[in-house]
Design a protein around this ligand. Structure first.
Ligand SMILES: [Zn+2]
Length: 156
């Protein structure tokens, strides 16, 4: 589907779809939310033709609803639109992990990913990284008990 491919690579358009996946919005509401969240305004010249295109592709439905004093056209994702939103979420999630994961260290003891800081200690001449001091201590204790077990085996 050409449209979904276009959309997934476009930040403003992706944001519009994702906003609508949270709740139905009218045009002005979409413009305001997009600017609040990504700090980039979306012009009516981009928004309305895009909404029209989504409507034509049955990805949104529009209906007049009372908003405050006056009725306004409120846009809502259809089942197809929700599927598209799910695909955009997936794509963004994989892009984010692509950007973050290579820089992540993993705790030598518990295997959890270390997003910030961590604790480093040189053990047996090699620097190891842990998520916390506690993991480092448990790791050293385990290492010591393994060494101890080996040593007592050799004695026998
Ligand atoms: Zn750990």
């Amino acid at each position: 589907m050409m449209l979904s491919e276009d959309v997934a690579f476009d930040m403003i358009r992706s944001s519009i779809i994702l906003l609508l996946s949270e709740k139905p919005l009218h045009g002005y509401g979409i413009m305001k939310e997009v600017e609040d969240r990504i700090g980039k305004p979306v012009s009516p010249g981009v928004l309305y033709p895009f909404l029209k295109k989504l409507d034509k592709n049955r990805l949104v439905s529009s209906s007049k609803k009372p908003v405050g004093q006056k009725p306004k056209i409120v846009y809502e994702l259809t089942a197809g639109g929700k599927e598209l939103a799910a695909r955009i979420y997936k794509r963004i999630a994989s892009m984010v992990s692509l950007a973050i994961e290579p820089n992540l260290s993993v705790c030598v003891h518990c295997g959890c990913k270390i997003y910030e800081g961590g604790y480093r200690e040189t053990i047996s001449g090699r620097e190891k990284i842990f998520c916390c001091v506690h993991c480092a201590q448990v790791y050293k204790d385990e290492l010591a008990s393994v060494k101890h077990a080996r040593a007592s085996k050799e004695e026998v």
